[in-house]
Design a protein around this ligand. Structure first.
Ligand SMILES: [Zn+2]
Length: 425
């Protein structure tokens, strides 16, 4: 750590020798005393007392002027959202409060390491808040040296107060949000959690704007398949490139008397738009099958983990007794971008026109497994399809896990064929 700068500032504020201050600072820091605390104790030694020489109340900084790298700031803000969750911090479970503040100039995320007791809608003067950087953006850190007081006048903001959100508005990093949704799918899973084996719920929720996956880390009985609920204080994380809703012990779930209307349609995007979005839980694209890749058709999977394997070798489980399965990995292209569509066994059976037993028979007859992939290739390549599924993007590229796969009836060639078939019917 560079102690020259703080030592010089402190020495000139206290009017004492810089070298002496620097040596004191260095020895305190060596004993892992935090910098702020070290500075305080040096001020006390020289009779500077708490807060040092700058007794005047610091001026509030506008939120759009806060940048990573600033030290401690005072802000006048409106509380937009308050979320609560526990995290593991230095081996201890700690409850933190997070959300967004707003003022006339913008909004900013904050994390409060203790409960200051403020709520959405409150107008506050927050003194001595730390500034840290999170994914390139500044965030406020409210700790034990931060002061929080109610402002005398309401702080104006153009941002929406309270966390009520449509699913389509949510993005990873959101905290303290409230949603009204229908539970479309839910299952109980046992996981190895922080405190041993725990039961959690996972599934899919929907409203009129979108469908999203969710996890309830502290199962709420009201979260039941088909039920409509208002869920307050959820946070959003990224799961395989798309937003995922997290319900916790701090969330409240209230059943709704009226059923929440849900969308049946996935947003339809070009492949370029879908890829640019960074991942989507539910999307529909219309594209041509350019190629059916190796690893399609009759494949083997590890019975332990389900990974596709070759020659009975799983890269995690070593030598295993592989299980036969059907799948397709197809390259989709719509002229704007390409993605790899992963089609599971059920849909592959339909496309292939037979199940695993049929495929094995065909492979035995031809003495070549590849005949299955070849049949699929002849069926798919060159035609246009309407494909719905979940798009995830990672370092290996863009993969669309397919839920629905159908011939594109808006494809001019297909339509022409259909019309001709009718004419000649
Ligand atoms: Zn395995």
């Amino acid at each position: 750590m560079d102690v020259d700068t703080p030592a010089e500032e402190l020495a000139s504020a206290l009017g004492v020798d810089k070298q002496e201050v620097k040596e004191d600072l260095e020895s305190l820091l060596q004993y892992s005393v935090p910098l702020e605390e070290a500075k305080q104790s040096i001020r006390r030694k020289h009779g500077g007392g708490e807060g040092g020489g700058d007794a005047a109340q610091p001026e509030s900084v506008a939120l759009n002027e806060i940048a990573p790298g600033q030290n401690n700031v005072t802000v006048s803000v409106r509380v937009l959202t308050v979320g609560t969750r526990t995290i593991q911090y230095q081996g201890e479970e700690q409850t933190i409060h997070e959300g967004r503040f707003g003022d006339e100039t913008g909004t900013i995320s904050y994390t409060a390491w203790q409960d200051f007791g403020f709520e959405a809608g409150d107008s506050l003067i927050v003194g001595n808040a730390g500034v840290r950087e999170w994914e390139g953006n500044p965030e406020l850190n409210l700790g034990s040296s931060t002061s929080v007081a109610m402002a005398e006048e309401p702080v104006e903001t153009a941002a929406e107060i309270g966390g009520d959100s449509d699913l389509i508005e949510l993005s990873p990093g959101d905290r303290g949000r409230n949603i009204e949704v229908q539970i479309q799918e839910v299952e109980t899973r046992t996981i190895d959690g922080r405190n041993g084996e725990t039961e959690i719920l996972s599934g899919v929720v929907a409203d009129e704007t979108a469908r999203l996956p969710f996890t309830d880390w502290d199962p709420h009985p009201e979260i039941d398949a088909g039920a409509s609920c208002r869920i307050e204080d959820v946070y959003v994380r990224e799961y395989r490139g798309s937003p995922s809703i997290n319900v916790s012990e701090f969330s409240t779930v209230t059943p709704l008397a009226e059923s929440v209307a849900v969308t049946d349609d996935a947003p339809q995007l070009s492949l370029a738009e879908a890829v640019d979005s960074g991942g989507l839980f539910d999307v529909e694209v219309v594209a041509n099958v350019l190629e059916v890749r190796d690893g399609s058709g009759l494949i083997e999977r590890c019975p332990e983990c389900g990974r596709a394997i070759q020659n009975d070798q799983c890269r995690v489980h070593g030598t295993v007794d592989g299980e036969d399965d059907l799948r397709i990995k197809a390259i989709l292209d719509d002229g704007t971008a390409t993605v790899t569509a992963i089609i599971g066994s059920e849909l592959t059976e339909k496309i292939y026109g037979g199940d695993v037993t049929d495929a094995k028979e065909a492979a035995r007859d031809a003495m070549d497994k590849e005949v299955v992939a070849e049949t699929i290739r002849e069926e798919l390549v060159g035609d246009s399809y309407r494909v719905r599924g979940s798009l995830s993007i990672d370092e290996y590229g863009a993969n669309l896990t397919v839920e629905d796969f159908a011939a594109d009836d808006t494809d001019p060639a297909a339509r022409a064929k259909a019309v001709l078939a009718e004419v000649h019917g």
